[in-house]
Design a protein around this ligand. Sequence first.
Ligand code: SF4
Length: 315
Amino acid sequence: MDFPKPNIILSRCINIEAVRYDGGITNNEFAKILGNYVNYIPVCPEVSIGLGVPRDPIVIIKENNSYRLYQPKTELDLTSRMEEFSDEFLDSLREIDGFLLRSKSPSCGVSGTKIFDNPYASKPIEEGKGIFAKKVLEKFGYLAVEDELRLKNIEIMNHFLIKVFAFTELRETLNSLSSIKELINFHQRYKYLLMAYSQKILRTLGRVIAGIDGSKLQEIVFIYREEFYKAFSNIPSRGSHINVSQHIFGYFSKYLSNSEKERFFKLLDNYRKGLIHTTDLIRALRDYNLRYNNNYLTTQRYLNPYPEEFLLYKN
Ligand code: SF4
C-alpha cells in the first residue's frame, strides 16, 4: 500500500542545524528515518525571535499561575516575543499533518521542560511544556504533536505515526474528493483502525457517509473530518486492539490447526500482559495475511498504518 507524504513541523535543532543555545544539534535516529517518508518544515522559535547561536540560556518561570520565558543573564522577559512569533507562525501554516519537537526545551518542549519559581533557582518546581509547544497544542492539539523523547516509547510512537499518516491520507482524500464514493472507499480502508480507536465514532462515521440525515457532500465532509480527528484523540486500550485482532484473526482461523490457534491466543495473552507491543501484534496479523492473502484485509490500514520500517523499529 502506498503512503501519502505528510507535512511535519520539526524543531530545527533535531538533525537539521546546530541552533541549540549551546551551539549543539540533537541527533535523533527516529526523526532521521521518518525524514525518508515526510516533508519536514524546520523551525527554531528562539532563533526566529532574534536570539543568536550560541546564546545565554533561557528558562520558564511560573509567576502567579502564568508562565514567563526569561533570560536570566540579560534579564530579558521574552514571553510576548515568543507568543507573538508562535501565533504568527502557526496561523501561517497550511496543510500540516503533525509536529515533532525537541523535548525539555523552554520553547519547544512537549514534555520534561523544567519550570522554576524564579530565574536564578537551581531546582525546578515542576515539569511542563515550552511556550511554543503550548501554542502548538492550543491550535493543533488534534494533530500528532510529540517530542523525540516521548517517541522512544513504542506505543506513543505507534500512535503518533498512525495519526500522522491517517490524517495526511484524509487531507489528501478530501482535497481531491469528487464523489461520496471516494470517501466511502477511504472509510472502508479505515474500518478496523477506527474500530480499535473508537467503535462509537466508527458507527457515527458509517451513518455520516451513508447520508442518513440527508446531508449534502460538503456537510458530510465537514462532519466526517471532525469526527475522524476526534476518533484518534487517545491511544486505544490493549483490550481494543485485542478485539480488532480477534476480528481479523477470524478470517484465517479456519485454515489453522489447533496448535497454530493456540499460538495466536498465547500471543494475545502476552499482549494483554504488556509483554509485547502493538506493533508486534500488527506484524503477526500481517504475517497471517501474507500467508492467506485476503484481498479485503490487504486494503485495511490497520495492517498497513504507516511504512513497514517502523513496525520493526526498536528504540
Ligand atoms: S529546541 Fe526549539 S528553540 Fe531550542 S534550539 Fe531546538 S528548535 Fe530552537
